[in-house]
Design a protein around this ligand. Structure first.
Ligand SMILES: Nc1ncnc2c1ncn2[C@@H]1O[C@H](COP(=O)(O)OP(=O)(O)OP(=O)(O)O)[C@@H](O)[C@H]1O
Length: 478
């Protein structure tokens, strides 16, 4: 029988109202998370960035205290019905705030206009989906894939080590900054603990593991399935499935017919790994620690993933040409290190004994080249690389797990880059000046010649005049 407390039947004092405790109740308590006061958000300078399933994200300006200067930040607002999801997300982000590849939360903000908002760091290069599908003018290399996959897997390994699952890893939830070099995971709305493991369908179809479609219990290996699909997407720079396939047959085929992204021309060391990640049987998939180890090896074979990428359409310079990978050689730009250094040895995953030649790249990764001023680019790259290897100007390697030293490192790289641009601009200005001086010299010479011509013409006129005089005096004398 239902034992609901009834106020009418009670004679004594009213029973205290007991809040029903759901499994997520504790997660909605955001008391640990700093409350951001109104004078630390510049709402007038906020504008719309994008819309997710349950919220709207705006770019805004944030400062920690009134004495600080404003810096860009992103703020996510949820409608009143989705407020608990926003709070859960905030709580998860707060618990994971120490990892360099997870979006950092600054705090919660109460806006008069939009209600509760989650304020987080702003990633200025957008999401990985935009880069690989919509901005094909930006060329990237296997070095970048290795670096992004390493950063992704070390973040995943971080929360897996805390028994947490993301459940919605996809290109749209991976944001980029520092000229596309730093990758961070965002959107923890579907995040859950393995102990609350679930049979409800969560996540996005393309990267979602088949056991989730089959409504079977699932675990961290569901995220590894997503890592496999993401790796394929980055290498192929293509859509994994026919876009017009209706969702139901698609889910059915993934779950029961082993439907997977189409074959691409790719080194088997890479394809074997992503295929292992998307095995139908979760137990056959590698762990997140195996992934970290695998991508660490791959990154040492392709060490230039920290070379910045630019959008040529923005008027800035194009991709810096990546020097040939030198197996075993030190990267000119060491990658951000995370605090996670799991003690895992690569198991069956062959440590990336990759071909000597960079023939690893499938043709699909080779984006048609955009016409560019090679001489200037090469010149700039040369100055940049020299600055990076010069003892006086070389940035100091970031400390493991220390985000501020990583930030400093990136700033230093940018300064070197600006330095290369300034030096190049100065060189161009000097060239222009030389051309002008040359023209001016020509101009002066022209003036001199004109003067000379004028003198000669005067001389001729004078001579003609004299001739005429002489002729007339001669005729008078005759
Ligand atoms: N910290 C951030 N910096 C820059 N852009 C961001 C940031 N967080 C989110 N965005 C952008 O805002 C948009 C909405 O993000 P949000 O996480 O709400 O939704 P989503 O991941 O696109 O969708 P869904 O929630 O349905 O999975 C996306 O385009 C995303 O790229």
């Amino acid at each position: 029988m239902d034992r609901k407390p009834s106020s009418s039947s009670s004679t004594g004092p009213p029973a205290p109202v007991i809040q029903r405790k759901t499994r997520d109740s504790d997660l909605c308590l955001t008391s640990d998370i700093p409350k951001i006061p109104p004078n630390c958000i510049d709402e007038l300078n906020s504008h719309f960035l994008g819309k997710g399933t349950f919220g709207v994200v705006e770019k805004t300006k944030y400062r920690k205290t009134r004495d600080d200067t404003y810096r860009p930040a992103a703020i996510k607002y949820a409608s009143a019905t989705h407020l608990s999801i926003l709070k859960r997300e905030a709580k998860h982000m707060w618990n994971l705030r120490n990892h360099v590849n997870i979006i950092k939360i600054y705090g919660m903000y109460e806006s008069h206009r939009n209600g509760q908002g989650l304020v987080m760091e702003y990633m200025d290069c957008g999401c990985v989906a935009d880069l690989i599908y919509d901005r094909k003018n930006i060329e990237y290399k296997m070095d970048h894939v290795a670096s992004w996959m390493y950063q992704l897997s070390s973040a995943v390994n971080f929360f897996h080590s805390k028994d947490q699952i993301h459940r919605d890893l996809k290109l749209q939830n991976m944001l980029l900054s520092h000229h596309h070099r730093t990758l961070k995971i965002c959107d923890f709305g579907t995040f859950t603990s393995i102990h609350q493991s679930m049979t409800s369908n969560r996540g996005s179809p393309i990267t979602m593991a088949p056991e989730i479609f089959r409504c079977e219990p699932y675990n961290m290996k569901a995220d590894i399935f997503s890592i496999g699909i993401i790796m394929w997407q980055m290498i192929a720079r293509d859509h994994p499935y026919t876009m017009n396939m209706p969702i139901t047959p698609f889910l059915y085929n993934v779950a029961t017919r082993n439907l997977r992204p189409h074959e691409i021309e790719c080194n088997p060391i890479l394809s074997n790994f992503y295929k292992r990640c998307w095995s139908d049987n979760p137990a056959s998939r590698p762990t997140s620690a195996d992934c970290v180890e695998y991508f660490r090896c791959l990154r040492s074979e392709y060490p230039n993933g920290n070379v910045p990428l630019w959008d040529p359409a923005s008027g800035a310079s194009n991709t810096v040409k990546i020097p040939k990978s030198q197996p075993g050689g030190r990267s000119p730009l060491p990658l951000p290190k995370t605090e996670i250094t799991p003690d895992v040895k690569p198991k069956e995953v062959a440590p990336a004994k990759v071909q000597e030649t960079p023939a690893l790249l499938p043709d699909t990764l080779k984006v048609p080249k955009v016409e560019r001023q090679i001489s200037n680019e090469e010149e700039k790259q040369k100055i940049f690389m020299t600055a990076l290897s010069n003892e006086d100007t070389r940035p100091i390697d970031p400390n493991e797990g220390d985000e501020s030293s990583l930030e400093l490192y990136h700033q230093h790289c940018l300064v070197n880059l600006n330095y290369a641009e300034v030096l190049l601009a100065k060189k161009e200005a000097i060239n222009e000046k030389h051309k002008l001086v040359q023209k001016w010299a020509e101009h002066e010479r022209t003036l001199e010649l004109l003067e000379r011509i004028a003198c000669l013409e005067q001389e001729i006129a004078y001579q003609e005049c004299n001739n005429a005089k002489e002729k007339s005096s001669f005729s008078v004398r005759m």
